[in-house]
Design a protein around this ligand. Structure first.
Ligand SMILES: [Zn+2]
Length: 125
């Protein structure tokens, strides 16, 4: 009974989470969902600002309008975003969690796959 409840709870949490690209303010650690600018706390994100050489420019309320943070497209990371933070468009690190791909987990699989393809290739010759 208790275990079933826990399972439902974790499923609920999973279906309520969104995966989005976010920009994190290096000072206050607030994470902003791209595409939700301007934000209700006064921060905003500009895309392809002329002369910046960056894909995204974040103006966080904590640093003011003269201290932008710049991101190139490949520096933007994926985050798991809670429903509440998603509605708001930004959130704290507890609400918006960076997704880390565990390379130690995926490595043996990749290696196995590599060996299999080498062996298959050899068998052909
Ligand atoms: Zn900030």
């Amino acid at each position: 009974m208790r275990r079933a409840e826990q399972r439902i709870e974790s499923e609920r949490v999973l279906t309520m989470a969104f995966v989005r690209h976010c920009l994190e303010c290096p000072k206050c650690q607030t994470r902003y969902l791209i595409g939700f600018s301007p934000y209700v706390n006064g921060s905003y994100v500009m895309r392809n600002a002329p002369g910046s050489g960056a894909e995204y420019v974040l103006y966080c309320y904590c640093r003011g309008p003269f201290a932008p943070t710049l991101w190139k497209d490949d520096e933007v990371k994926s985050y798991e975003v809670s429903k509440k933070a998603h509605d708001r468009g930004f959130g704290a690190p507890e609400e918006i969690v960076q997704i880390r791909y565990n390379s130690a987990d995926s490595m043996p699989l990749d290696r196995r796959e590599l060996i299999r393809s080498i062996l298959a290739d050899r068998a052909r010759h």
